[in-house]
Design a protein around this ligand. Sequence first.
Ligand code: AMP
Length: 349
Amino acid sequence: MTSFKLENVEDLYEIGALLGSGNYGQVREMREKASGSRWAGKFLKLQKNESTHMGLDIRSVKKEVEILQALQHENIMALKDAFESTVELVLIVELISGGELFDFVAEKENLLESEATEFIKQILHGVGYMHSKHITHLDLKPENIMLSDKNAPVPQIKIIDFGLAHRLTQGEEYRSQRGTPQYIAPEVICYEPLSPATDMWSVGVITYILLSGMSPFQGDTNEETLKNIIEMNYEFEDRYFTETSAMAKEFIQDLLVKDQSLRMTAEEALLHPWIKPLLRRHAANRNRSSINIKNFKKFNARRKWKLTCNMVWLCTRLTHLQLLRQTAVRVDTEQKKSNSDQEDRQTNT
Ligand code: AMP
């Protein structure tokens, strides 16, 4: 059962610097007044009523909170508290200060496959844990894979943003077409029942990009990308995969499988020789192979640029909607005034 505190969040926490923005609000640094400890506060604007499309539906936030409350794992962002007011909900979550995994990798001059697998392994541990609780994330993508502290010898992965996550119940068929085109599985596009395997597809796409700096299904338009996914139109182009081991490609191939029941599970992936070498030969292969860092840097720069463009587009659209609303209210008020004037005149006549 979700329990939200009704007190004012500012009575207990000091609100600090902006850490990031999502579609529905901001994430800010928070300091708990009693302990002095640092957290992140996710401020989520609520929908005023059913007819407006601005803000979040309270039920979807409560669903996200319930899911986060059920998950306690070192590779998953922890939830501490949740506050409710009439206009917004504030989630107090673990502060993750190491930034995104992809930004961390893009700053490197080289990354061996053996180092890359350390990150993939942690993602698999987090994903496997949530799947063991029958929870699917359904929005795994680079923006949602962060690091707790990038200066640690092996930085710790933290999976964030459970806004689209769902707890699967036995006998239930859950369908949804939400997600980001590049990372979604064929069953999402085809509006078929989703399962934990849906997340595993996204892990396959993330691994493909991490190794090559190419997005496997990316087309010139979203429609083209979705078509490529449904038609399983992807390949390991030699020029981007020159330094990739055969084991890494097999790992990806076992994840990018159209039939969900044949797709590798998180548990199986953790036992794959690319992640857990069985022979000395396996370990040696990973140490000889490295990711295509030059192309990865280009991919990441393009990704950040697109994210900025999307944010600017969203802000412009929100301002536009707000202006439209204000104009509509003004027109409505003037209309009512003129109607009442007319009524007055009619009455007078
Ligand atoms: P979200 O709405 O959860 O996707 O968050 C939007 C952005 O805020 C993310 O892309 C991160 O840059 C930042 N962010 C989210 N959660 C945290 C956190 N727990 N600690 C630090 N930054 C965060």
